[in-house]
Design a protein around this ligand. Structure first.
Ligand SMILES: [Zn+2]
Length: 373
């Protein structure tokens, strides 16, 4: 299985200029290749494939010598990305969903280059990339397994590299416990063991600051003013901070769940949640998708089981007798079963239902979408 390792890069001024130039050339290639595919289809009804375009790379390099300054596999990867975008577009057309034609990439949108196989190496203090050189790196944690690809990313003037490595699973010893996890809006999540996990305070503070900064941008009507530009920069900086803190918190929360439990059950977010206030949830974007995907990855490395259950009526069903009706919800936060009189915190009741649906010994055994991650 694959694991990503991300590190900060500290390029010199000259290296940074070289990296920016590589990004510019790759973005150009992407946009030109997109234009070619579009024109070929519109003007001649012809479909140009990614394979056709890759064959042309040699000619492009002969005609435009600056492209000799980019590692050849990096250029191929650019065309592969475009091909992927087109395949996704064709798939959406076939499925009949909103297709969304592949987009031209603006200056700030194209911000990474990938060495898909070779042309790079890494040691304690430096990361080598063909056509760029040795860049200073800090390996804050050791690389594991066999390194497959390297991707350099620019994020608002900060550079980092992400190595995808092939690693072996490291199963953890069994603990004998299973847990159901309910994600909410007041709490980040609630477990069937009765643990209420809150978003960390520093994260909440950063979120509040972000909202204030966003309002400050909205107040500045003149799109070209210096003050507005500065306010926008401040929002971007806070966004990065919030994203980093959220990621860190998701890592830690997922790791704790994986360490303590053999089986972790959560709602399948892809099953449309009826009767679970989905609208309110989508408004509170707290990145559950990211959290659940980290959870699945960590579970897979540790040979733990993640079960996604049908989310419908988990909040209205009684985890003691199974009676399901709307009247069971005494209030938003309180659950009181009208059949057996069982009373509990509403989110805790939901978490227990989620576990019940995943563990066959429970009352609700309707496991809709059980999968070993
Ligand atoms: Zn009941």
């Amino acid at each position: 299985m694959f694991k990503a390792f991300r590190y900060r890069l500290r390029p010199t001024k000259a290296q940074e200029a070289a990296l920016n130039e590589q990004l510019r050339l790759c973005r150009n290639l992407y946009n030109c290749a997109l234009q070619e595919r579009r024109d070929a289809y519109r003007k001649a009804g012809k479909t140009v494939t990614g394979y056709d375009q890759m064959k042309d790379l040699t000619e492009i390099k002969a005609a435009l010598p600056e492209y000799k300054g980019v590692y050849s596999q990096v250029l191929q990867d650019v065309l592969k990305r475009l091909d992927k975008a087109f395949r996704a577009f064709y798939r959406r057309v076939q499925e009949g969903s909103k297709p969304g034609y592949p987009r031209f990439q603006g200056r700030d949108r194209y911000d990474s280059i990938c060495y898909p196989q070779s042309g790079f190496s890494v040691s304690d203090k430096t990361a080598f990339f063909s056509k760029i050189g040795n860049i200073r790196i800090r390996l804050h944690r050791p690389l594991e397994g066999k390194v497959k690809t390297a991707t350099i990313t620019r994020d608002c003037g900060e550079w980092s590299v992400s190595y995808i490595c092939e690693v072996d699973a490291q199963p953890l010893p069994e603990t004998g416990s299973s847990v159901g996890v309910d994600v909410g809006t007041t709490w980040f999540c609630i477990t069937s063991d009765g643990e209420f996990v809150e978003n960390p305070r520093h994260f909440q503070t950063a979120m509040k600051k972000l909202r204030v900064a966003q309002r400050a941008v909205a107040r500045k009507r003149n799109k070209r003013s210096n003050r507005r530009r500065k306010a926008v920069q401040r929002v971007a900086k806070l966004h990065r901070k919030v994203a980093r803190q959220r990621l860190d918190f998701h890592h830690k929360t997922a790791l704790k769940l994986v360490r303590e439990n053999d089986l972790i059950a959560h709602e399948d977010l892809n099953v449309g949640g009826m009767g679970r206030g989905t609208l309110a949830r989508s408004i509170h974007d707290v990145g559950w998708g990211q959290f659940f995907s980290l959870l699945s990855q960590k579970a897979a490395w540790a040979a733990r089981k993640v079960v996604r259950v049908d989310p419908r009526y988990t909040s209205q069903a009684c985890n003691q007798c199974g009676h399901t009706c709307r009247e069971n919800r005494a209030s938003q936060s309180r659950f009181r079963c009208v059949a057996c009189g069982h009373q509990e915190n509403a989110d805790l009741n939901a978490a227990r239902n989620i576990l019940g649906r995943a563990a066959p010994s429970g009352i609700n055994v309707a496991v809709v979408n059980a999968s070993v991650a």
